[in-house]
Design a protein around this ligand. Structure first.
Ligand SMILES: Cc1cc2nc3c(=O)[nH]c(=O)nc-3n(C[C@H](O)[C@H](O)[C@H](O)COP(=O)(O)O)c2cc1C
Length: 192
């Protein structure tokens, strides 16, 4: 698969095959892709927690919101929770450049997961204090992003924006997850 195909396939996933666990070793390998990625001033301030334990995953799942734009029926059933989580943490004070590291790390993990036949949901809607307590995060670190990982149990695909221009993701009549993306000619605003 070439890189563009991988990026196209690596859609956010919110329904997983809940019985298929993701091992600590696999989660560590995904983090290794983040470790090898670009970092502002090469400071590498981020730290990662890998959560494979089923009970901790279930507790963590209750502290995040996946699919805020979906109806409750469209969200994951109890059997479709993630098989593992990666928590990205960093120091309390991170400048704009350091914050960019979070996105780069997350996308490296997302692409590596997709390449391995898994899928990912980057989650910013997190009860951070409670997750920090749950996983025993050292007090000098703050949670920046949580990544749900697992075997996908839903079809996700890119579609054109809707006629009204809406970019909100939605489920179509086949219960497939549709993600509108702007056309390229709208994104490139200057060409010289
Ligand atoms: C920084 C960041 C935070 C996000 N937070 C959430 C979240 O809290 N819950 C969720 O379900 N999806 C979250 N997402 C996933 C986006 O909703 C998703 O990327 C978007 O709908 C586009 O879908 P795609 O990733 O398949 O292109 C987040 C994505 C990013 C980059």
């Amino acid at each position: 698969m070439n890189l563009k195909d991988l990026i196209t396939r690596a859609r956010t996933c919110r329904r997983f095959k809940g019985e298929r666990r993701v091992s600590s070793e696999m989660l560590a390998d995904l983090v290794d892709h983040a470790r090898l990625s670009a970092s502002a001033r090469n400071r590498q301030v981020l730290r990662f927690a890998t959560i494979a334990d089923r009970d901790t995953c279930e507790a963590l799942n209750n502290l995040v919101v996946m699919g805020g734009s979906l109806t409750p029926e469209q969200r994951a059933a109890a059997t479709q929770h993630p098989g593992g989580f990666i928590v990205i943490a960093g120091p309390a004070h991170m400048d704009d450049f350091a914050v960019i590291d979070v996105g780069i790390a997350a996308q490296s993990i997302n692409l590596a997961a997709c390449e391995a036949g898994l899928a990912c949901c980057m989650i910013g809607a997190v009860k951070r204090d409670r997750v920090a307590e749950l996983i025993g995060l050292p007090g000098d670190l703050q949670i920046r992003l949580v990544l749900a990982i697992g075997e996908p149990d839903e079809i996700r695909r890119i579609v054109a924006p809707r006629p009204d221009g809406s970019l909100t993701y939605y489920r179509d009549e086949r219960d497939e997850h549709c993600v509108p993306k702007r056309p390229l000619n709208e994104c490139i605003i200057i060409k010289k």
